[in-house]
Structures are given as structure tokens and as C-alpha cells.
Design a protein around this ligand. Structure first.
Ligand SMILES: [Fe+2]
Ligand SMILES: [Fe+2]
Length: 416
């Protein structure tokens, strides 16, 4: 069986590995491509194509840096609503501290040279140059993977001056003629080789992110997951808040509390692969739909494992639906397999989910959740974690709590 959170803690001494922005973003861009109808590896290949054209044109270093992050993150958000996608992508790009140039590029990717694009109908030089280049790069990949590189080049030529900036088209064509445009961007190239080529181009690959920057990125991605369905619009952020509270009340060391919060923020990343037809369904799920839902913790782990310093976060987040008695999923792990960090997130997730509205029921009150937690304590969910949660809620959210059962002594007896 693969490694569990408990065995990981015993086997591997903690190490301070450095982590670069592109390492995180390239793994997380893969997560975004798990959504309906997306093309695997599209952001990575678009980034590579765009950076090659930018290197050939006279783009400044600052512009190239911004282009790199803008293209990795360009598809953040809702695939169906173009305007919404550009807007939200841009706001998240700037929230992640990637600067206004990158945000502007994402915001204007769907503009056309002749003014026929969206969302503003900008024309020629009014469109930021980074966005004009990004539009060419994303077109090249979409047509090359969907049809062939030859068709991608022919359509690029055909739409030069209508959709695309003619000067940048010429540069792309020159690269194509020299066989310098497509390496690691072909349909038969592995995603791993494309990813390696993208990471090698990272302008900041030697720049180590600090803890606050990593936290901000995790929060940005929690927002993306939460935005997928209006029923979960604050789920990951809320679970992270509760998990952080539980971990502090259990007096875990500060670096373990941080790990718990990051794993909680990212725990449902794998849900990006589940169709909204299933997530928002008001009636009972069929067996095959339920099977799809049960894959999401494994996918979360698979995505996060691509970021080497996130190995433990990947394992802990991937265990959020496991139960102490082996009745959870996806691996039916037992109590001895589950670390305290993983148990904290399982408790926070159950409380968060019960308190939120779902397509088939309204959110439950504290008084309704308490007996449910009580019934799960000890055999499914960790009792100490539940007690820590109740103590945390008593101190921090007294308004949520029915006054009759709000004394801490009573709460603890409830789950004993
Ligand atoms: Fe989940
Ligand atoms: Fe969850």
C-alpha cells in the first residue's frame, strides 16, 4: 500500500526544502485542467510557446516574467463564461502577487487585433502586447493539439491582421520555419517533459518563496475550488479556519499548524475534476456518480505530490475522507494509519460540510450537528479533535452555539 500520513511522519525527518512559484503553479495549473472539457497540459504548452515567441521578440525581462505566470494561470475560473473567466483569472493572478502586467494580460487574452474580441472590443495597440502574444500562444496550442501544428500555423497566418497582431505572427512563423517553436509542445510529448521545459524557463527558479507567499497561493487555489459550485462557495476556506483552530487548541507546534491549514485549504482540489451535474445534483447520486465523487481525495494527492516539498501535505489532504474504523475512502485506512494532522482535517471537513447548504438539504445548526459528531466520535472521527473543535467554537463562535449547551464541560461530556 502507498505511504500514509502516520508512516510518513515516522519515516522522513523534516527538511526545509526550498520551493519556487513555478513548481506550485505548474502543478496547480494541471489541477485546473481537470475541469470539464479542458485540455491536459494546455497551460504548460501555451506558456512554453509564448515564452519562445517572447524571447525572439524584443520583450523586456519584466514583461517576460509577467507573461510566464500569466500563461500558466490563464484558465483560472469558469470555462463557460468568458468574461467571468478573464475577470476572475486576473483578480487571482494579482492576488497571488504576480503584478498588474500579468493580470492585464489574462484579462485581455480574448481581445482581437481588429476589435472583434471580448470583453472590451479593444483594437490593435490598445490591447496590451502581452495579451496579444498570449492569444497567439493559446491559439497555436489549441489548434495543434486539436488538429495539427500545420493547421495551427496555417490558421495563424490566415487570421493575421484580423484576430492576431501581424508583427508577432511573423515572429512565430519564423520560429516554426527554424523548427524552434514546437519542441516539447507536440501531442506525443509527455506532460512531464513539457513541465520540465517550463520549469527550466522560470525567471525566478532560484527564488525561494517565503511561508506567507506559499499561504497566499494556497488561499488563492482554495478560492478557485470553492467557486466551482455555489454550494461550496466558502467550504475550503471555512474548513481551513476550523482545522487551524483545532490544531491550535490541540497545541500542535506552529509549523504543524501551518501544514494543517495548507492541507485543509487544498483538500478538495481533486473536486475540480467532478462535473457540476454531479456536484449540484438535487437527487440521490447513482452508483457510477458516487464512484466518481470518491476519486477526488486521490486526485488531490496526485496533484499535490507533483510539488516535492508538499509531499506530506499531499498525503494528509488525500486522507480527509478516511475514517478511524476503516470505513472511509479512497483507501479504507485504519486509525493506526492516520496522523493527528489528517484526523484534524477529517473533523473540520465533516463539521464544515454539515453546516453548509447542500443541493438536497439546508445547512445544519450547531445543535443539530453536535449529536451527529457525538455519534462519530471515537470510532470514525478522533475524539480529541472533536473536543478541540468544540472548545474552539465555544471561544470563537459563541453566536452559533445554542446557549443551553454552550458550557465547555457539557460539550466535552457530549462527545465522551
Ligand atoms: Fe472532500
Ligand atoms: Fe471537503
Amino acid at each position: 500500500m502507498s505511504e500514509t500520513s502516520a508512516s510518513f511522519r515516522k519515516a522522513i525527518p523534516e527538511s526545509e526544502e526550498s520551493i519556487s512559484l513555478s513548481q506550485i503553479l505548474s502543478a496547480l495549473s494541471f489541477a485546473m485542467e481537470l475541469t470539464d472539457g479542458a485540455m491536459h497540459g494546455h497551460s504548460l504548452r501555451t506558456c512554453l510557446l509564448g515564452m519562445r515567441i517572447a524571447a525572439e521578440a524584443d520583450f523586456t525581462m519584466e514583461h517576460r516574467n509577467s507573461l510566464y505566470y500569466a500563461l500558466l494561470l490563464k484558465d483560472i475560473g469558469n470555462e463557460e463564461m468568458l468574461g467571468l473567466r478573464c475577470d476572475r483569472g486576473a483578480s487571482i493572478v494579482s492576488k497571488l502577487g504576480m503584478g498588474s502586467l500579468a493580470a492585464d494580460a489574462v484579462n485581455n487574452l480574448e481581445e482581437h487585433w481588429d476589435g472583434s474580441g471580448h470583453p472590451y472590443g479593444l483594437c490593435g495597440g490598445e490591447i496590451p502586447r502581452l495579451a496579444r502574444l498570449g492569444a497567439i500562444a493559446q491559439h497555436l496550442d489549441m489548434f495543434s493539439i486539436g488538429r495539427s501544428p500545420q493547421v495551427a500555423i496555417e490558421t495563424l497566418q490566415e487570421w493575421s491582421g484580423s484576430w492576431f497582431d501581424p508583427e508577432l505572427v511573423e515572429i512565430a512563423l519564423a520560429l516554426h520555419r527554424r523548427d524552434a517553436l514546437w519542441p516539447s509542445c507536440n501531442a506525443m510529448d509527455s506532460l512531464a517533459s513539457t513541465r520540465a521545459a517550463v520549469l527550466a524557463l522560470d525567471p525566478h527558479r532560484r527564488h525561494r518563496l517565503d511561508d506567507d507567499q506559499i499561504d497566499r497561493i494556497c488561499e488563492g487555489f482554495a478560492e478557485i475550488v470553492d467557486a466551482k459550485s455555489h454550494f461550496t462557495f466558502r467550504h475550503s476556506i471555512g474548513v481551513a479556519e476550523l482545522a487551524h483552530g483545532i490544531a491550535e487548541y490541540l497545541r500542535l507546534p506552529a509549523h504543524r499548524v501551518r501544514l494543517v491549514r495548507r492541507a485543509a485549504l487544498l483538500h478538495d482540489l481533486g473536486k475540480l475534476s467532478i462535473s457540476n451535474k454531479i456536484l449540484d445534483k438535487k437527487t440521490r447520486l447513482t452508483d457510477s456518480e458516487w464512484k466518481i465523487v470518491r476519486q477526488h481525495p486521490g486526485l488531490t494527492r496526485q496533484i499535490l505530490e507533483q510539488i516535492a516539498p508538499f509531499r506530506e501535505i499531499a498525503i494528509v489532504a488525500g486522507e480527509h475522507h478516511e475514517k478511524l474504523d476503516g470505513s472511509g475512502y479512497p483507501n479504507q485506512l485504519m486509525a493506526c494509519d492516520l496522523s493527528i494532522e489528517s484526523r484534524v482535517i477529517a473533523v473540520a471537513d465533516v463539521y464544515g460540510a454539515l453546516s453548509e447548504d447542500r443541493p438536497y438539504r439546508a445547512g445544519l445548526s450547531f445543535g443539530e450537528i453536535l449529536p451527529i459528531l457525538n455519534g462519530l466520535a471515537g470510532h470514525k472521527l478522533d475524539q480529541d479533535c472533536i473536543q478541540a473543535l468544540l472548545a474552539y467554537l465555544t471561544d470563537h463562535r459563541p453566536m452559533d452555539i445554542n446557549p443551553e449547551i454552550s458550557t465547555r464541560g457539557r460539550l466535552i461530556r457530549f462527545c465522551a
